[in-house]
Design a protein. Sequence first.
Length: 535
Amino acid sequence: MFHISNNSGFQWHTLGNDYFKGYFYHKDDFYEGLDAILFLRDTLNINDARQVILTQLNGMFAFKIDTDNYSIVCTDKIRTFPIFYCKVDGKYVFRDELLASDISITIDDLARSEFLASSYTFNDRTLLTDWRQLMPGQTAVLDKNDNQLSIDYYWRHTHHRNNHDTVKIKHELSNISIRVFQRLIQSSKGKQLAIPLSGGYDSRYIVTMLKMLGAKNVICYTYGRSDSFEVKIAQQVAQKIGYDCAFVEYTPEKWRMAAESASFHKYISEHHYFSAVPHIQDFIALKHLKDNDLIEKDAIIVPGFCGDLIGGSYLPASYINSDGEEASYPDITDYIIQKHLINITSPDKEFQRELIKNDVRLFLSHLMPVGSNSEEFIEANEIWFTEHKVSKFVVNAVRLFEYFEYEYRLPLWDDELVNYWYSINNTLRIDNKLYNAFLFEYLFNKQEVGFLKPTPKSRGKLGKKISKIVPPLLLNTMLKIYYKIDNTINPKDINNFGYLEQYLSKESSINHGSYATVNGYLAHYILHNLIGGKK
C-alpha cells in the first residue's frame, strides 16, 4: 500500500497504480508528471537496466512504479522527498509523511538518543520502533509473488578523487555551472525564482549565475538582525547585481509572536516526521513574504544548499596529508561524534553514548575495512555526513517551503556538478580554497560582488596538535565552553534565536543552556511536549 498525503509545493501525479513527484533530467530530456511515469514504466521493467537508469536520473524525485513482478519505490540521491515504510498485518505500507494522527506511537530508545544528540535519526531508523525510511539513493523493491522486500542503494556519495589540474578544473566548473543553471531556468518554466540571499558564497553563486544567464524574474530575500553581516552583504550583492531584495528583520518580539502562534505550532508538530527537527530559520521571513504578497504565489525557492560541502568545507584537514596511516574505527567514530553530534554533551540522563557510537560504527563498517588509508577515512566521514545531516537535516529544510506551498530547486545538488566535485583531489578542497577561488575568479569579481565574508580564526598548528592529543569528547566540551564565552563577548546570534531558546526550554521544563543550539531545544520540545518521548 502506498499512502500519499503531502501535496504542498510539489504535487503527486498518479497513473493507475503508479505515483511520481518532482522532476528529473535523463540525459538532455526533461521529465515530470505523467511523462515521468511513462518513462519509468518503460525503462524500469528490465531488471538488469534498473540501476543504470536510476543512476542517470538527475533531479529531485520520489516514485512508486509497478512492473509485472515488482513494486519499485525510490527516492532521489539526496532524499529530497522522504519515503517511510512499515510492515502491518503481513503487508508493507509506504507513506510520504509520518503524522501522529495516522499511526501508533512507540518510541525507539536509541533513535530518541540520536535525535537529541543530532536533531535527526541515524541510518534508516525513525523515532518509531516499527517504521523505517529510505536513505538517499535507495530503492525498495517488493516482490509481488512472495511479498519479500529488498532495500538497496542504486547510488552512493562515493568519490574518485584523481583530478589535480587547478586551471582545467576551474574552466570545466564554469562550463558545468552554465549547464546546471540552464537546467534550473528551463525547469522553472518562467516562474519567479526567490533566492534566500545571505552573506555567504553559495547563495551568491546562484544569483550571479542567474544574472549571467539573463534570468529576469528573480527576487532575493534576506533576514536576521539589522546589524548582521549576512544582511549587509546580501543587500550589497543584490543592489550591485540589480535584483530586488526584501529584508525581514528578526527581533525577539517576532520570535515570541511566532512561537505562540498556531501556525508555528502546526508546522513543528506535523513536519518532524518522527525523523528530523523541522527547519525554522526561514519561518518568520517566508510567512512575512507570503502574507504581504512580496513574492509571487507560484514562486520557486532556490536556496544555496550545499555548495560549500561539495567544495570541501567538512574535510577533516588534519588527515589530508597522512597517507598510509591507519584510521581505525574508534578514531573515525569519535571524530564523527565530536564533529557532527552537536548535543552529545547534553545533560539528558537517557543518552546512550556507547549505543550511539556502535550505531555509527555499524554504518561505517559497510564502507571502511580495517586498515583503510586516510583517503578512505575522509570519504567515510563525508558519506556519513552527507547521508545523515545533509539529507535528513539540511536538505530537509525544504519541508518549510512546502508548508508555505512553494516549490523549490536545489541547483548545487545537480548530479553533474556534484559528480565533478567528487572527482577533485582532496588537497585542492581543503578549507574550500578551490571552491572559493573559482567563485571569485569566474563569477564574483567579474560582477563586482567579491565581498569577503567574516571567517573564524584558524586553529593553527598548535590547535591541530591539541586536537590529536585531547580525547574527542573532552575537546568537544572544551569547544562548546569556548564558543559560549566567545558568543557572550561577541554576540553571533544573527537570527535572534535567544528568545525562542528560552521559550522552548521553559515549555519543556529544562534549563536554558542545556543544549548547544536552538535545534537541540526543538528536538527536546518535540520529544517531550509533542509526542511524549516514552516507550
